[in-house]
Ligand binder design. Structure first.
Ligand SMILES: [Zn+2]
Length: 300
């Protein structure tokens, strides 16, 4: 079976070092399997987006030599496909309208199932939730984090369409991965607890599909332990230092690195990295401190 991987950034800002590590790992894993690597913009939430960020992300990937296959998919243009999937779930009795407000659900996790039979306040704006199979335990052998076992009853029914009309992440990502023929998902560990919902959704939307292979990478955190993000002012990466960036990202992923990397151009560095890529060397941890990676580069 052909390997199909993907990188799916949210265009809420330019790429920072943490998103580069994720992009590089998923690119290397795809290329070392002679696989395809797709790029999808998860632009479902216009208020959170930064104008021009999608183009800037694509330019950065191109500057680094992380080439992708086929056209870039934009989730903002995929509403029809998500509607069709919601209809499928509705027909199966696996989606229900929910009137609960954030305030009513404060402190209640998982979702307590208030509207499972009928919305408690049908006159209010309604979200749609996916009725998970509470008997199901999602199990998979994660390529980085090892054996995972997650009872769906502990996660609860997840929102798949928001009450403001926007599509929610769990549905969109599942529909797109299915339609794009994705086989391997390599992404940050912050999405580990989304995987059980996506496995359950996949089973409902396409019962005969082969399960994907998942690998969840450690996320890069700053000195105070926060995930690098636009919110905590992680700097955008500067591609004029492409070789150094790639070198640092390879160190973060615990990959073998060339001693004379400074003499290499990014293209040759990537080729070398593809032929030496070992997913099982990626540290099986949740967080990596960015400063510890920088410290390594300054000592050689
Ligand atoms: Zn509800």
């Amino acid at each position: 079976m052909q390997y199909v991987g993907r990188f799916a950034p949210t265009p809420s800002g330019p790429l920072h070092f943490g998103s580069l590590v994720t992009a590089l790992a998923s690119w290397l894993d795809a290329r070392s399997h002679q696989g395809q690597w797709l790029v999808r913009m998860e632009d479902l939430d216009p208020p959170r987006e930064m104008p021009g960020a999608s183009d800037r992300i694509l330019q950065t990937l191109e500057d680094l030599g992380l080439t992708w296959d086929g056209p870039v998919v934009y989730q903002s243009q995929r509403s029809e496909a998500y509607s069709a999937a919601l209809e499928t779930l509705q027909n199966q009795g696996q989606a229900f309208p929910c009137s609960c407000t954030r305030k009513e659900l404060a402190g209640l996790t998982p979702y307590p199932g208030y509207c499972r039979q009928a919305p408690r306040h049908p006159e209010r704006p309604l979200a749609w939730r996916f009725a998970v199979n509470p008997e199901l335990t999602a199990e998979w052998l994660d390529g980085v984090q090892g054996l995972q076992s997650w009872p769906l009853s502990q996660l609860g029914d997840v929102v798949i369409k928001r009450k403001d009309g926007f599509w929610a992440y769990q549905l969109a990502v599942t529909v797109d991965d299915l339609e794009q023929g994705v086989t391997q998902v390599v992404r940050g560990i912050d999405l580990l607890d989304s995987t059980p919902w996506q496995i359950n959704l996949l089973n409902c939307l396409q019962p005969d599909t082969r399960p994907f292979h998942y690998s969840h990478l450690p996320v890069i955190v700053n000195a105070s332990g926060q995930k690098l993000s636009k919110q905590n002012l992680a700097p955008a990466i500067e591609t004029r230092n492409a070789s150094e960036l790639l070198y640092r990202a390879l160190l973060a992923l615990n990959q073998p690195v060339l001693k004379d990397w400074r003499k290499e151009n990014p293209h040759d560095l990537l080729n070398w990295a593809v032929s030496h890529w070992q997913l099982n060397r990626v540290p099986r941890v949740a967080h990596l401190k960015e400063e510890s990676i920088q410290a390594c580069t300054s000592t050689d």
